[in-house]
Design a protein around this ligand. Structure first.
Ligand SMILES: NC(=O)c1ccc[n+]([C@@H]2O[C@H](COP(=O)([O-])OP(=O)(O)OC[C@H]3O[C@@H](n4cnc5c(N)ncnc54)[C@H](O)[C@@H]3O)[C@@H](O)[C@H]2O)c1
Length: 319
């Protein structure tokens, strides 16, 4: 039997990051007994966890790639569930391809070894739509070929296979959630690791010109972060071992339209710079969310509502 979230002791790796910190907040409101975060603060921040820490969550600033670091955290608690959110952003794989791969693979292997030895019961592993690569058919469902185009995605794809093989070999209780592009408050906006929505908001707030890379016709399926977290909480009791599920919307927005929409909502009327395409950028990520819809009561925030909330957060938090 899978442990209930309520009354469980839960570890969230990468929990000081964007999705992880929203998940931590939600786990606390679901009545988790104790939520513990391990995050090496690569992009994570204590501010993301301000509310959670004041409600009793515990943060270890440490690294899941280091086995002895995981060992001491696991020795302190009797964990029921681990949510594995830790990763280094896709953009990092362009500057440090090996470590972007390693974080995704070594991290989950270390967790699976702990699970195999009985340190906890259930692993919820975060994959990414990036494992599918550019669509060979659309919308991309869970049977779409795995064709990663970056070492970040290759590491994620390898991690998914590791999870499945450990379930197969040792009958562990693990399942895989595969979000598409998330957006929302707390998404990192600093430096070259930032995603398109935060970086555009940042540039406009700092008086710089927003940029479109390539034609801008490349499109993404953007989901509001709290919808992703809500879906994961609802999927938790119903997912089968080793199964994976897309978490996405029915929407599809081109990067060009997105930049224009952000500009309009932020009252920006200046120039938008045209830049060359980024290597290995996938063209479309048009997801099928049929499976998730059949499994849970799936609620999605309209894109404009989520985008307004997100831009408000950037206005308040980018000084
Ligand atoms: N944000 C998205 O659009 C998106 C889309 C698909 C999948 N995902 C997946 O969801 C998960 C969460 O993504 P996110 O957007 O919150 O990313 P994020 O970068 O905001 O959070 C990841 C966290 O992991 C931490 N971290 C990195 N390396 C670590 C290590 N070795 N040990 C411990 N902590 C480490 C970082 O400091 C960061 O706080 C990831 O697994 C990601 O692949 C995200």
């Amino acid at each position: 039997m899978r442990p209930n979230i309520k009354d469980s002791t839960i570890l969230v790796t990468g929990g000081a990051g964007f999705i992880g910190s929203h998940l931590v907040d939600r786990l606390i409101s679901e009545g988790a007994k104790q939520v513990v975060v391990i995050d090496n603060m690569f992009v994570g921040s204590e501010e993301n966890l301000a509310a959670a820490l004041s409600l009793g969550a515990v943060l270890y600033k440490d690294d899941i790639e280091i086995t002895s670091s995981l060992d001491y955290v696991f020795s302190k608690y009797n964990f029921d569930i681990v949510f594995n959110c830790a990763t280094k952003a896709l953009n990092y794989s362009f500057v440090n391809p090996k470590n972007a791969f390693d974080t995704n693979v070594t991290g989950v292997l270390n967790l699976l070894e702990h699970q195999r030895r009985g340190s906890f019961k259930t692993l919820v592993h975060f994959s990414t739509s990036e494992v599918y690569g550019t669509a060979v058919y659309e919308p991309m469902d869970e049977n779409h070929p795995i064709n990663p185009t970056t070492t970040y995605a290759a590491g994620k794809a390898a991690a998914d296979l590791a999870v499945k093989s450990y379930v197969n070999m040792f009958d562990l209780d693990c399942f895989i959630v595969r979000p598409f592009n998330n957006y929302g408050p707390r998404q990192n906006y600093k430096g070259y690791l930032a995603g398109v929505i935060p970086i555009t908001a940042y540039k406009i707030l700092k008086g710089q010109k927003p940029e479109i890379h390539g034609t801008g016709a490349q499109s993404r399926d953007f989901i509001f972060v709290q919808d992703t977290v809500d879906a994961i909480i609802k999927l938790y009791p119903v997912m089968k071992k080793a199964d994976s599920v897309n978490i996405s919307t029915d929407g599809q927005i081109s990067i060009k339209d997105l930049i224009h929409q952000i500009s309009t909502l932020m009252g920006y009327q200046g120039e938008i710079l045209q830049k060359s395409a980024r290597g290995a950028d996938v063209e479309t990520h048009n997801a099928s969310n049929q499976k998730v819809k059949e499994m849970i009561d799936y609620q999605l925030t309209p894109f404009e509502v989520g985008l307004r909330k997100t831009l408000e957060w950037y206005k308040e938090n980018i000084k």
